[in-house]
Design a protein around this ligand. Structure first.
Ligand code: SF4
Length: 241
């Protein structure tokens, strides 16, 4: 089966908490978040060259003692029809797998978890788990049915034994403390929630999400909502991003 992989970071220290990972980027996504940092993988990616899977696989095998696992990100990995095939190969050679997802494919997520094909999952929470709020942040009109799928994914993760995190990229244009409190009450009891700083650099031309929240503002949010989660963290990238 042909795998389409558009990016590869051989060694990363920041894509899987406290682990050294290799990261691959798969093309395509069913969302159009205006603050997307990887929008080249969402639209117009067809012209990007594919990275040879066998090179990645050989690298993982050769560096198994050094690399803790493979992070599969994108884009939205679940839109790729080769994902299961690829993950089975990776797990077959004893490499741990983390998947980054927008949560719109609960059946596929459940399949990977039930078959021990994934070790960790990071799921984006774009906004309050209601279609009007979600539609604002993810760039498409979210139907009731799609919203239910996203909520189902949150439940699958919370009921699983897999290592997971929920995370929200905080965009001044979309997020307020009231929104975050609402998300907190909707995901109450979750293992880990991460507030990520929005980065202006790298987003599509023309999108103005407002100034990224400062570290102090993010800490204030964290103080207000950490009661809802077992762990609530901040990912702050710096003042000039
Ligand atoms: S879900 Fe992720 S990859 Fe897809 S558009 Fe949104 S930020 Fe980009």
């Amino acid at each position: 089966m042909q795998y389409s992989i558009k990016g590869w970071v051989k060694n990363s220290f920041c894509d899987w908490d406290s682990k050294i990972s290799s990261v691959i980027f798969l093309p395509g996504c069913n969302f159009r978040c205006p603050f997307c940092q990887n929008w080249q993988l969402v639209e117009g990616y067809e012209d990007l060259p594919d990275i040879e899977w066998l090179d990645i696989e050989s690298y993982l095998v050769e560096n198994k003692d050094f690399i803790d696992g493979l992070v599969i990100t994108g884009g939205e990995p679940f839109v790729s029809d080769f994902l299961f095939d690829m993950v089975k190969r990776i797990r077959g050679i004893g490499i741990a797998v983390k998947i980054d997802t927008n949560g719109t494919f609960p059946d596929k997520l459940a399949y990977l978890i039930e078959n021990s094909l994934v070790n960790a999952v990071a799921m984006d929470i774009k906004n309050v788990l209601e279609k009007e709020f979600y539609s604002m942040a993810c760039g498409i009109s979210v139907s009731e049915e799609l919203m239910e799928k996203i909520i189902e994914s949150t439940k699958i993760l919370m009921d699983s034994n897999v290592d997971y995190e929920f995370r929200t990229t905080l965009v001044r244009k979309f997020h307020t403390i009231d929104n975050l409190k609402k998300i907190g009450s909707q995901l109450k009891g979750a293992e880990k929630y991460v507030l990520q700083q929005y980065r202006k650099i790298g987003v599509r031309d023309g999108f103005d999400g407002g100034e990224p929240f400062s570290k102090e503002e993010m800490e204030k949010f964290q103080n207000e909502i950490s009661q809802f989660f077992r762990r609530c963290h901040i990912r702050y990238y710096g003042a000039d991003v």
